[in-house]
Design a protein around this ligand. Structure first.
Ligand code: SAM
Length: 326
């Protein structure tokens, strides 16, 4: 049995309909259809992990809502015994295509990535994305009943640090939970972008505190009135908004990490930044038994302890976030 590792994050594709500058997809690195997990394989792995303690599944990418017939996968995963919650992370562009169907399948919450509220900046930062589409889709998702919707903003010095109060106003008006995330130096060409635009969470808090008092939710997300299983530290903003701060760079959250990650290419990882890789897809395709697979999964769980703190020792470089799934 797997201690407290109860959260599985599944990247269903390395493709995306945006090209965010800090998460740039290298077109030549696109996986071929045969090299990504099928829905049946994903559901099989999810079922095995559920038997070992996983209760929460998040579907991510690339952009999960660009994978064909994606609602079929949500249905398969939702029906697995032991899985209590399925959610997803999206850039919101294709939400209108699937929101109602997902909600009817029992998916009630999602995280939305949105790094600027300025139309032309959004177009530039995302390589051509239309901000109006995302905003319309947030409205639609709220009308359908999704809650909570967490809006994730990667803090980018010189790009969106002048919009912090706009984000607060926008999240407050639209009933969103706002979360600021530190930029990680993780993608192939990130070095220069990172050094130019990295902004520590402490700087964001200082800016907010110049206008609003922030008080830590000492009891975690629950004290803030909603459930949160992730690495965010929540604070209550004087205007009533709950704001999460995720600081993978300035303060590691390895100790509280309860998750495993499955990449679209079938690699089960105990840590976003750990290089040890086990390709479960290849094992399945070469005929591994359920017992062998479970033993491998158990080993990955067991080795997670060793992974803790590794990020603090050295900054391990990965091809890019769109392959791992954020
Ligand atoms: N396409 C979906 C989306 O946009 O939410 C899901 C995948 S995306 C890789 C998941 C998250 O990773 C997004 O919130 C994105 O902002 C974040 N991300 C990507 N690269 C990052 C980086 N270098 N540092 C911090 N967050 C990053």
């Amino acid at each position: 049995m797997i201690n407290n590792f109860n959260y599985l994050r599944i990247s269903v594709t390395d493709r995306c309909n945006l090209k965010c500058r800090y998460c740039e997809v290298n077109p030549s690195a696109k996986l071929r259809p045969d090299d990504i997990l099928s829905f049946e394989e994903i559901a099989y792995i999810a079922r095995l992990t559920a038997q070992m303690g996983v209760k929460t599944v998040r579907i991510t990418g690339g952009e999960p809502l660009v994978r064909k017939s994606i609602t079929g996968l949500f249905k398969m995963v939702s029906e697995i015994n032991g899985i209590e919650e399925v959610s997803f992370t999206t850039n919101g562009i294709n939400l209108d295509l699937y929101a109602s169907e997902l909600f009817n399948l029992g998916v009630k919450r999602f995280n939305l990535s949105l790094d600027t509220l300025d139309r032309s900046k959004y177009f530039e930062l995302t390589g051509g994305g239309r901000l109006e589409k995302v905003i319309d889709n947030i409205r639609l998702a709220r009308e359908i009943g999704f809650s909570p919707i967490k809006m994730n903003v990667v803090a980018l010095k010189g790009i969106n640090d002048g919009e912090i109060f706009d984000f607060i106003d926008f999240a407050s008006k639209n009933g969103l939970i706002l979360r600021f995330i530190e930029l990680m130096d993780i993608s192939a060409n990130a070095g220069e972008f990172f050094s130019r635009h990295f902004m520590p969470v402490g700087d964001i808090k200082n800016i907010i505190s110049s206008k609003y008092k922030l008080s830590p939710c000492t009891g975690g997300a629950n004290e803030c009135g909603f459930k949160g299983a992730g690495p965010a530290a929540y604070e209550s903003c004087e205007n009533g908004l709950k704001i999460g701060f995720i600081s993978p760079v300035t303060s590691h959250f390895c100790d509280g990490c309860n998750r495993l990650r499955l990449t679209a290419s079938g690699i089960l990882k105990s840590c976003l930044l750990r290089s040890g890789e086990t390709n479960i897809m290849k094992m399945i395709r070469s005929g591994a038994t359920e017992e062998e697979l479970k033993k491998t999964i158990q080993n990955i769980f067991d080795n997670k302890e060793k992974a803790r703190g590794e990020f603090s020792e050295k900054n391990i470089m990965f091809p890019n976030m769109s392959q791992i799934g954020g």
